[in-house]
Design a protein. Structure first.
Lengths: 121, 121
DNA sequence: TCTATTAGTTCCGAAGTTCCGAACTATGGG
DNA sequence: CCCATAGTTCGGAACTTCGGAACTAATAGA
């Protein structure tokens, strides 16, 4: 298993963030990671809405979020803990994440009841 | 030639907007349409940066932007004029477009020197 | 009306991406 | 060592995107 790659804050690209969050499953996963105190094992997100997501797809979704710079993943024993990189992204692109999360929330969609203020992350 | 489809303002989806703008060529095209007084013939965007975009790809990029609700395209004789739907998108998802355009601009990228305030259109 | 030109769309094959089950790797407990 | 749990990688099917060639639509000129 190769080590998990994370971009430096200054290497985070807007296109990668938009691509990562343009998938509503991934947007929901990201919203959930923020709500859950910014720490979440992959297995805690085995479903989005009514839809069960297979492990391999989930692993790929986490990879896309990680390589976009949206989350930081750390192995802790047998599991991986995922932290939101909200502060990093906010520092680099102020207002981008709140706007995206709000848009999903106001669409009544997948990422509803998401905090409008920066969570501790 | 079938008529050009445009979603109603209330049918605009965040995921579609993010997907449309997660491609840097499309983000550049959209930025250019706004800068150019919100009207632009497709042929005026035959290149993005140093890269020449073939007509068929360009046609598809405009279609993606149109179907995401970001632009309105009207046939005027032999050409198509594209208007930004900034006001519609801003009404539905306040702050989303400025945040995205700013993110690209502050990345020093493709959509630099883009207005930070809502343009006429 | 016929032809040419310009602007854009559609078609379709090649190339690339995503999805997901199966096989695999890594860690921890007994 | 064996088993269970958590996640990754592999690989094929399904889907998307790219771009050249052929097409449609409007317009101008003979």
């Amino acid at each position: 298993m190769r080590p998990l790659f994370h971009p430096a804050t200054e290497d985070i690209q807007p296109a990668a963030i938009l691509h990562a969050l343009s998938d509503s499953s991934r947007a929901a996963i990201f919203a959930k990671i923020m709500q859950a105190g910014c720490v979440e094992a992959c297995s805690a997100v085995s479903a989005v809405g009514d839809r069960v997501i297979p492990k391999s797809s989930l692993s790929n979704h986490f990879k896309v979020l990680r390589e976009a710079g949206l989350i930081r993943s750390e192995r802790h024993g047998v599991e991986v803990r995922n932290h939101s990189r909200w502060a990093d992204v906010e520092a680099r692109f102020p207002g981008l994440l709140p706007a995206i999360i709000n848009a999903y929330a106001s669409d009544g969609g997948v990422a509803s009841h998401v905090p409008r203020t920066s969570p501790a992350g």
